[in-house]
Design a protein around this ligand. Structure first.
Ligand code: ZN
Length: 66
């Protein structure tokens, strides 16, 4: 089974969890959580400007290096 990464925070999404969102133009976006979904779709936030996204990506990076 394929493990997708979150379109907002970049974390891997375990199979069977998360949200798949398809835009009207056919773009498929996958999110790990509702938090990421509303941040991008509802509020149009920039992931690079979110402190908690940078924190999570730093955590994921440290994990992959071990
Ligand atoms: Zn996410």
């Amino acid at each position: 089974m394929r493990v997708y990464t979150c379109a907002f925070c970049g974390r891997p999404i375990p199979p069977g969890t998360g949200i798949m969102y398809v835009r009207a133009d056919g773009t498929v976006l996958r999110f790990c959580s509702r938090k990421c979904f509303v941040s991008l779709v509802k509020y149009g936030r920039d992931p690079r400007r979110q402190a908690w996204v940078r924190k999570e990506s730093r955590k994921a990076k440290a994990k992959s290096q071990k």
